[in-house]
Design a protein around this ligand. Structure first.
Ligand SMILES: Cc1cc2nc3c(=O)[nH]c(=O)nc-3n(C[C@H](O)[C@H](O)[C@H](O)COP(=O)(O)OP(=O)(O)OC[C@H]3O[C@@H](n4cnc5c(N)ncnc54)[C@H](O)[C@@H]3O)c2cc1C
Length: 435
């Protein structure tokens, strides 16, 4: 078996792994990122690059080139609920450089970031390297074993970071305890063509006991039908005609194209989980991103949370890694920093799932819940939601990089905008409750 040596070995080349690899290599830390697939080109990776991630790209001086890649800009996120259009989150007032979500296929994002990372001498991305085990030595994790087309290899490192997602091998091999939070939904993922007159920015279509997410990818929609967990077999038994009818009923403008779906092979089941490790580390190993806390697609925030984890990890560990003095206490500091935002975000996702279950129960036309009417009449609330979704809880900044927009001192204008939003939210809530 061939043996390689590096300072930090990252298992998994998703958003968390590639961003962490970039950040560590930028700070002069030799790093090896192992990705089990041959490329980043997979359909179900999540496409939302939020204002917080774009801000990090700005801080790294990458934003201008990044935005030259084909993408769509979402300045607000809305849904058609029971035929009623609700703008749930508005990003136009965020204190960030980009006041929008960039919708970009994740393979473009990962290709861009890894190509830029390769410019640092310490960055080594190895595709088709699947981590299959950990090397244990005197109570420490001292590296990984990986399967490659050329045979098995051993990679020894001062630190292994598990960024290998929801089905993490590293966390399982390390015996880290996982807390599961029951999830009542799964997603059926498919493509359907898009025409110029179709709604551009409507992401959610909710009606007749069903929820359909449509992500605009230019000439096609990436569709996601949210279904009750475990119900895919029943849906298949009812047949493709019934499936097509469901789509056309929720989004009538797709009625002339649903026949594009003619084989169940075009429809992929994506299982959804929410879970969290009690402890994210062992001596020599740290898990971040979905490996530490699997996120649901609700709110489309998982990628950004994974990236925030990567930034916090690099901020806390780059120097100790360079000086070869990483201790478990330092790994614990990453968990301490990132656990709070993770808990809050997962709690919001669990609550969103409860609302999804209420939708499943009503197979007729959906009455619009009063809460949504409040949001629809409250630009202030939409801005608050824009902050929660677009920036998130405890946004991270790249240490030693140029300052992002929200690092600027509080100005009178900014304070007035926030106060206005709060007053607007209260007034609109009272108005909606009275009406
Ligand atoms: C159906 C669905 C839709 C979603 N949509 C969105 C969305 O639109 N926006 C959003 O922000 N979030 C979305 N999420 C959540 C989001 O996908 C995750 O939170 C995010 O991808 C986590 O990033 P990560 O880098 O931690 O892990 P991942 O993105 O899962 O990346 C892990 C990487 O590790 C690799 N890997 C796995 N095992 C090994 C191994 N043993 N050896 C080497 N490599 C390995 C994988 O191939 C992968 O490249 C969605 C989730 C689901 C389930």
């Amino acid at each position: 078996m061939k043996t390689f040596q590096t300072t930090c070995c990252i298992a998994g080349g998703g958003p968390a792994g590639v961003m962490l690899g970039y950040l560590l290599a930028r700070q002069g830390v030799p790093v090896m990122v192992l990705e089990k697939h041959a490329d980043f080109f997979r359909d179900f990776r999540g496409d939302t690059v939020h204002p917080s991630t774009l801000e990090i790209m700005y801080e790294l001086g990458l934003l201008e080139d990044f935005l030259k890649l084909p993408h769509q800009e979402l300045t607000s996120v809305g849904a058609l609920i029971g035929g009623y259009r609700v703008e749930a989150a508005n990003f136009k007032h965020l204190a960030t450089h980009c006041k929008f979500i960039a919708l970009m296929p994740q393979w473009d994002f990962l290709n861009f970031l890894s190509e830029r990372a390769r410019r640092f001498p310490g960055f080594d991305l190895r595709m088709q390297h699947e981590v299959v085990g950990l090397i244990h030595e005197a109570g420490n994790i001292a590296g990984v074993e990986a399967r490659t087309p050329e045979g098995a290899v051993e990679i020894r490192a001062d630190l292994v970071v598990g960024c290998d997602g929801r089905h993490s091998t590293t966390r399982e091999e390390a015996g880290l305890e996982v807390q599961e939070f029951g999830v009542p939904i799964d997603v059926l993922w498919f493509r359907i063509s898009r025409k110029s007159g179709d709604p551009g920015q409507v992401l959610g279509n909710v009606n007749y006991g069903k929820m359909l997410i449509l992500i605009n990818r230019g000439d096609y929609f990436q569709g996601g039908l949210i279904i009750r967990k475990g119900s895919f077999e029943d849906i298949q038994r009812d047949g493709l005609d019934a499936f097509r009818e469901t789509i056309a009923r929720i989004a009538p403008y797709l009625g002339d194209r649903v026949n594009e779906l003619h084989d169940w092979d075009q429809i992929k089941l994506l299982t959804v989980q929410i879970n969290r490790l009690r402890c994210w580390h062992r001596p020599g190993l740290l898990c971040i991103g979905d490996a530490a806390h699997a996120m649901s697609p609700a709110g489309g925030v998982g990628i950004n949370l994974a990236i925030q984890d990567a930034v916090a990890t690099a901020n806390l560990l780059a120097e100790p890694l360079r000086e070869r003095r990483v201790t478990e206490a330092l790994l614990a500091r990453v968990q301490q920093r990132r656990e709070f935002p993770t808990r809050v975000t997962q709690m919001m996702q669990v609550n969103a799932h409860k609302a999804f279950v209420r939708v499943f129960k009503n197979s007729g036309p959906l009455p619009v819940p009063w809460q949504l009417k409040v949001i629809a009449h409250a630009p202030g609330l939409q801005r608050v939601m824009g902050h929660v979704v677009g920036v998130g809880i405890r946004p991270e900044h790249v240490a030693g990089a140029r300052k992002g927009a929200w690092d600027q001192p509080w100005s009178l204008r900014k304070a007035a905008v926030h106060a206005g939003a709060a007053i607007g939210a209260v007034v609109a809530t009272l108005r909606a409750l009275r009406g």
